[in-house]
Design a protein around this ligand. Structure first.
Ligand SMILES: [Zn+2]
Length: 133
């Protein structure tokens, strides 16, 4: 698996089953698993769900498809090391989830959609992030 130093950004490769917590970087920094692709997968998956509720189920299905592809291709892989197609999918998924997050925030601020309708998506994302990553 790929791990990255939180301090200097240096990356290392560990054998599967090794714990990043058992090692430190040459600079003394803590090593963390690469989670950008999987985090993006969670984001696009969760944030595609609201579109289903407002009748755009194609967007929901598309988002979930992107999430599944990224999840399985993004295991312990950094963005830089990913194959070109995975990078393209990651960028699309990242823009999609960021855009939807903005729409959700704006809809509660500007159009007074109750936060009880938008907050759950952020909470689900946060919980999945803590459990799965
Ligand atoms: Zn370092």
């Amino acid at each position: 698996m790929k791990v990255k130093c939180e301090e200097c950004g240096e990356t290392y490769t560990l054998n599967d089953g090794e714990d990043p917590d058992d090692y430190i970087c040459e600079c003394g920094g803590k090593l963390k698993r690469e989670t950008f692709l999987r985090r993006t997968a969670l984001g696009v998956g969760v944030f595609s769900i609201p579109y289903g509720f407002i009748g755009f189920s194609e967007l929901t299905l598309g988002g979930i498809a992107l999430a599944v592809i990224l999840w399985f291709n993004g295991k312990d892989t950094s963005f830089d090391d990913a194959p070109f197609m995975t990078k393209v999918i990651a960028v699309i998924a990242w823009i999609f989830s960021l855009g939807t997050a903005l729409i959700l925030i704006l809809s509660s601020l500007l159009w007074h959609v109750p936060s009880t309708m938008t907050l759950p998506f952020f909470m689900v994302l946060y919980i999945l992030d803590r459990i799965l990553l």
